[in-house]
Write a protein that binds this ligand. Sequence first.
Ligand SMILES: [Zn+2]
Length: 371
Amino acid sequence: MVNREKVTSRFIDMVKISSPSLKEREIGDYLLKTLKELGLEVYEDNAGKENGGNCGNIVGILRAPNKKKVLFSSHMDTVLPCEKITPIIENEIVKTDGTSVLGGDDKGGIAAILEMLRVIKENNLEHPEIIVVFSIAEEIGLRGARAFEIEKYSPDFAYILDSSGKPGEAIVQAPHSAKGEIKIIGKPAHAGINPEDGINAFTVAAHAVSKLRLGRIDKETTSNIGIVKGGEAVNIVMPEISMMYEARSFDGEKLDNLLKETNDIFEEIAKEFGAQLINNVKKGYAGFKLDENLEIISHLKKACENINLKCELKSSGGGSDANVYNAKGYTAINLAVGMSKVHTTEEYIKIDDLVEMSKLTLEIAKELAKC
Ligand SMILES: [Zn+2]
């Protein structure tokens, strides 16, 4: 029932509409119109106003009283360069002329969601209550999802269509992460005349770093110092050193503990040497880790099985709107759409994957209609 030509031409139409972050008005209007034509209740929220953009999150609702509520979401914005996108189809692959990204991230997801809705409406299929969210400003810090009042709709399950990888793959865990600069301020002095008047920031840092836990800390936790900069001249006691630090863990508490431990060590050693510590390490997206036995995953597995897709559960180092919804207390997983080489001008997507993803989205909806 999924129609290859329809989903492809819809996808092509959408990627031609330029939609950099916070400038989603045109694609937003296209989607408002399309959702209305499909017979959904349609809203636009305040996320645009709150974030200084020209369009809010576009929300569509397909009611089904007394049924489970499922949220399907993809983001409308694309990374630069995307001012003018010229899609080209070659060997059943959609790519660009090489001057821009394609924007399959995340219009591939949007195309699959729209195709699922079209098939349900045209064939009068049983469905759960479906809440569709096309979010803004995902690429600049998940800002649309953060502003979206998900509690107004309180979905039982949230499927985000926004990952690279083959349809059937799903991100069920993403780490909590933190990164930033750690700086030690010592004191300069002439290295040959009066070194005893100086405080070598490098010496301080070396003492501290030798006590840190770095690298693989346990199965779910890592940390690293990736960049070090310091010094002015070979004959000056190094007055300042800067280290770029990052840490990740699938367990939020472990990350908090590690960050505290790292700060404590630097603080103690700096004090010992009379140096000063400036720690600018900040936490990024909240991570999540879903239990394999959760219903959201069993429905996905069943849906994959129904259409002979291999279901693979994976973890991701990156953030998506799924991180935001999990942090807000709603179970969300991020499904692979087939988009490849995203955030580059070589980005492409296979038409087969667009079709498979539409089928899978439809199959998830059909599965959830049964419960
Ligand atoms: Zn994306």
